[in-house]
Write a protein that binds this ligand. Structure first.
Ligand code: HEC
Length: 379
């Protein structure tokens, strides 16, 4: 029976050569739960101890690759799904532009999780205690001696035989290291309630305080000086103008953006001479013209321009549009009458948009032609 409180037999050697030899022999004997301690790194020791390459590299690889995937996914999501802004005609997903960020996040994730994995998984942080700490053995091997420790949990461990084996290797001292029950009791573990509570507390504190600091303490409104300037809103009183009105009529001659004033005001001759219908009489244009004519013109001029007003008795009857006079008019002339009105016919400029007025002109032309079709029109 082994002593249940025995941790290990730990032997001290004088020279690096002895410890290297001892490590090789230990491996040969088949011990697996053993370790070597030296004040400085010894070349060739990992090989002498038969150590395999650390698994930490895989942690780095896995988290590096997830970093790359995460960065690419995030940029794809933002640029293609959430904010698909076309910039300079470039495709939404443009790998070359994403390489730097992908690289950075890969390195960041790999580095952070290598440290986290090393600390928490391999070193078992927050556990900072070990049986060998504070022993004369550890004092010796951290100044000028070399140590070999064979743990009691090794399946081949037998205290007498291990002691003999270590003596044969040339150990100058052999320490019997025992568990310290109190210390084991006090040893913190990673999922220990105290530690987990601490983590949750930190998370609870860091989240809201980051939010408050960024949004309130250090908040910088985006360029709001135009919003905050002194100004007068519509309908507000003005202290500056003598009449007290905040709203002013525009300076004389002001032209609204996108609207040129009608250049042939009161000049039908010039309009008839210089205005040219800017749109083609396509089917849809004629349909549009018919719609507008039926709505706005037919009440007075009749459905076919015969001057058979539906407003008889309430408004003077207009002349027929099929007279030689208006048949001889240019498109510009008809447009001018619709735009400016003529004598008692009012202006339709405010009710029919400019383009629609030209469509009406095409439609009126079609009406005129329908009543005076020549043989050529039939072909
Ligand atoms: C409120 C009734 C009324 C409406 C609506 C009306 N007109 Fe007139 N239109 C008249 C009258 C009345 C005259 C004759 C004016 C005059 O005495 O010179 C006239 C004259 C005209 C003339 C000149 C005819 C000529 O021989 O001098 C044309 C062209 C014309 N209208 C086209 C239109 C078109 C196109 C529309 C639809 C956008 C329209 N009108 C809407 C009442 C109207």
């Amino acid at each position: 029976m082994q002593d249940a409180r025995l941790y290990s037999l730990s032997a001290i050697f004088q020279t690096p050569d002895e410890i290297a030899h001892a490590a090789e022999q230990t491996v040969e004997r088949g011990y697996t739960a053993f370790d070597v301690h030296s004040p400085y790194p010894l070349h060739g020791m990992p090989r002498a101890m038969g150590l395999k390459a650390s698994k930490l590299g895989y942690v780095t690889l896995v988290f590096g690759l997830s970093g790359a995937a995460l960065a690419l996914f995030f940029m794809w999501w933002v640029n293609v799904i959430e904010y698909p802004l076309v910039i300079g005609g470039k495709p939404l997903f443009q790998l070359p532009a994403f390489i730097p960020v992908t690289f950075e996040v890969t390195v960041l994730m790999a580095a952070i999780f290598t440290v986290v994995g090393m600390l928490f998984v391999i070193f078992r942080f927050p556990n900072t205690s070990h049986q060998l700490h504070d022993t004369p053995y550890m004092k010796a091997v951290s100044s000028d001696k070399y140590g070999l420790t064979i743990q009691a949990l090794d399946p081949l461990f037998d205290e007498e035989r291990v002691r003999e084996f270590l003596q044969d290797l040339g150990a100058v001292e052999i320490h019997r290291i025992q568990f310290d029950a109190e210390e084991i009791e006090a040893r913190p573990r990673i999922f220990e309630p105290r530690f987990v509570t601490l983590l949750i507390l930190v998370a609870l504190l860091v989240g809201p305080s980051t939010y408050i600091i960024l949004n309130h303490v250090l908040y910088m409104p985006p360029f709001d000086w135009m919003m905050e300037q002194q100004k007068i809103n519509p309908q507000m009183k003005s202290e500056l103008f003598a009449d007290g009105f905040g709203m002013r009529s525009p300076v004389e001659g002001t032209v609204a953006r996108g609207h040129l004033p009608y250049p042939f005001k009161g000049q039908p001759d010039l309009a008839g001479k210089f205005l040219v219908n800017p749109i083609l009489p396509t089917e849809s244009v004629l349909e549009l013209g018919k719609k507008k004519y039926d709505t706005f013109c037919s009440p007075c001029h009749g459905n076919f321009g015969d001057g058979d007003s539906r407003l008889r008795g309430q408004f003077p009857n207009p002349p027929t549009l099929h007279s030689d006079k208006s048949r001889g008019w240019s498109d510009g002339m008809i447009f001018h009458v619709v735009t400016e009105g003529q004598n008692i016919m009012p202006s339709y400029a405010s009710q029919i948009k400019e383009r629609d007025r030209w469509a009406v002109v095409h439609y009126v032309r079609a009406l005129l032609r329908a009543k005076h079709a020549t043989e050529a029109d039939l072909r």
